[in-house]
Design a protein around this ligand. Structure first.
Ligand code: PMV
Length: 321
């Protein structure tokens, strides 16, 4: 059998993070400029019929049987094999690499799971459809995040802009006008599990007050759907800032995020907010085409570690810069 590889993109959430955990909708788009890759290499000369796992970026080089039940990579592999239910599995080495920043709100863990599930299922002759890939990746996300909403595995497995609501069929957004998004990395990282748990604590302590706040975020997401499809920068920009204000009230913003958001605004962004779990990670800025370069420059000058531009187009996600 030849070597086979599968890739899965990163993602960003445009609207609705955190509230999506509590049943509100959220909008996310894939970012194909960064990705995770899983490569299956047949071990024809191997003495034992096992599976070897290499993720050298994180120092992992071990047999599958040596990996614990809560290792996310092992879990993705085991779930795929269980689903395939084959009597004989030929020996292979699975190599995993990723260019998606870790713990930065770009879906690196879900993308790695999706790449693994796609690669092994295809290699063993039964490529899984996106709904099954997404469902299995969700099981792995539970190890990483505790109570994931499921948005990451959905947007990444389907590779399309999604309007996502927990326990509802995923809706795909049919974009009519392009919009340009600059993603900037603060260089700070806070595990999503931590911010999700802190938000949960706030809601537990004040269910009425924070419950209302979560609902207001949901209303912003509903309001953003049509402007995003139609490329209405002014309205989208306003909604991004409103969503950011509520995320600040949820205490998941940070001073570095806010410095970058202000810098983007001054440089001509239509709107900006944090994206993902927060307290670091990434922020996103919606830039009119003529201001993209100025926004990127301003973000770097204000301390962003890196920037990445992605265009949401009517036909595809085109990552250019
Ligand atoms: O940090 P990320 O990209 O994994 O995004 C987390 C998004 C949350 O809404 C905070 C959590 C979730 O499970 O949806």
């Amino acid at each position: 059998m030849p070597i086979l590889f599968e890739k899965a993109p990163g993602k960003i959430i445009l609207f609705g993070e955190h509230a999506v955990v509590y049943g509100q909708p959220a909008i996310a788009i894939p970012v194909t400029r960064v990705n995770a890759t899983a490569r299956v290499i047949p071990d024809l000369a191997s003495e034992h019929a096992g599976i070897h796992v290499q993720a050298l970026d994180i120092g992992l080089d071990a047999d599958l049987e040596a990996l614990s039940a809560d290792d996310p990579l092992a879990k993705a592999i085991r779930l795929t094999l269980e689903e395939l239910a084959l009597i004989h599995i030929p020996a292979f080495t699975l190599q995993i690499t990723s260019t998606i920043p870790i713990a930065a709100g770009m879906g690196s863990s879900a993308a790695i799971s999706v790449a693994i599930i796609r690669a092994i299922s295809a290699y063993l002759g039964k490529p899984f459809p996106p709904d099954l890939v997404s469902a299995l990746a969700y099981e792995v996300e539970k190890i990483q995040h505790g109570t994931p909403s499921g948005i990451d595995n959905n947007v990444i497995a389907y590779q399309q802009p999604v309007f996502f609501r927990r326990d509802n069929p995923t809706e795909f957004l049919h974009i009519e006008q392009p919009t340009h998004w600059v993603i900037a990395d603060t260089g700070e990282t806070t595990p999503t599990r931590e911010t999700v748990s802190d938000v949960n604590q706030l809601i537990t302590n004040d269910p009425v007050g924070y419950g209302a706040l979560i609902q207001r975020i949901g209303s912003i997401v509903e309001a953003a759907r049509t402007p995003l499809i139609e490329g209405d920068l002014q309205r989208l920009g306003q909604l991004l800032y409103e969503n950011q204000d509520l995320l600040e009230e949820l205490e998941v913003s940070s001073s570095r995020l806010e410095i970058l958001i202000k810098a983007a605004r001054r440089a001509g962004a239509a709107g900006a907010k944090l994206s993902g779990g927060g307290r670091g990670g990434n922020m996103i800025a919606l830039a009119p085409e003529k201001n993209i370069a100025a926004v990127e420059k301003a973000l770097i000058e204000a301390g962003a570690k890196t920037t990445l531009m992605t265009t949401l187009t009517p036909w595809r996600i085109d990552d250019t810069a």
